[in-house]
Design a protein around this ligand. Structure first.
Ligand code: ADP
Length: 242
């Protein structure tokens, strides 16, 4: 495996407040990595820097060999970084299929890979299959449950074929069953993509995470398997003990 993302010496300062301090963070191509830490640890800020929403005070963000630090958001998307947002990007009045198709739009027209029988592109058909919403393909997205909606958003990212997917608390507010299905979906998506997930539900992590990175007050606290991280006294003190 080689590093797909390499963050070095990252510092993010908001009006004198150090949200991230001297952070080094590496993601290997093909990893499914979980990012945890108490509120205010800097998780969302790190994702915002990777996606170009927040400009760092210093440090480098190398993605597939290219320095992304300070680049405009659309250039970062074009380089292959995709994220879900906490606010929904799904159009309620459009069908599940049309939402996927819209997200795939430009790429689909460029490749022209249309499925003759169903009239939908291979990308969209495959994403529909991956997110398990085939039976609801023609239903308006407005009827989806909270969990199904999140899966659709993940599907809308996947059809854009990013190399790195950033998912910010995708299982928040989900039922247990929906969480399990989301974990399986993440593992399935991670077969073809590198995935970074912000999540702090430990039961979920024990089940689906291999490597976990823990942030605390803008610094890297530790990194390792779920068992290693849980056994680390520093993590117990700042995070699990609360
Ligand atoms: P997390 O996602 O781990 O909960 P955040 O990355 O959202 O943490 O925030 C890290 C710290 O930076 C917090 O103390 C937060 O209040 C602060 N912060 C985040 N964004 C801003 C901003 N735009 N302006 C000022 N402070 C911010």
């Amino acid at each position: 495996m080689s590093a797909l993302l390499e963050v070095r010496g990252l510092n993010v300062v908001f009006s004198g407040f150090h949200a991230i301090t001297d952070l080094d963070f590496t993601l290997q191509a093909g990893e499914l990595r979980f990012l945890i830490g108490p509120n205010g640890a800097g998780k969302t800020t790190l994702i915002d820097v990777i996606t170009g929403l927040t400009k760092p005070a210093s440090g480098s963000v190398r993605f597939a060999g290219e320095d992304l630090a300070g680049k405009r958001e659309y250039k970062i998307v074009r380089a292959g970084v995709g994220r879900t947002f906490q606010t929904s990007v799904v159009f309620d009045e459009l069908s599940v299929l049309d939402n996927l198709d819209l997200a795939a739009g430009f790429r689909r027209r460029m490749t022209g890979l249309l499925r003759r029988r169903h009239g939908i592109s291979d990308d969209v058909a495959s994403a529909l299959d991956t997110i398990g919403l085939g039976d609801l393909a023609d239903r308006p997205a407005g009827v989806l449950s909270h969990g199904q909606r999140q899966w659709l958003e993940i599907g809308m990212l996947v059809v854009q074929r990013p190399r790195l997917l950033l998912l910010d608390e995708p299982v928040a507010g989900m039922s247990r069953d929906e969480r399990d299905r989301t974990g399986e979906l993440m593992q399935s998506v991670a077969k073809d993509h590198t995935v970074l997930v912000v999540e702090h539900d430990m039961a979920f992590l024990r089940r689906f995470a291999s490597t976990v990175t823990v942030l605390h007050e803008g610094r890297l606290l530790c990194e390792g398997t779920v068992a290693e991280v849980q056994a680390d006294p520093r993590v117990q003190e700042v995070y699990l003990g609360r």
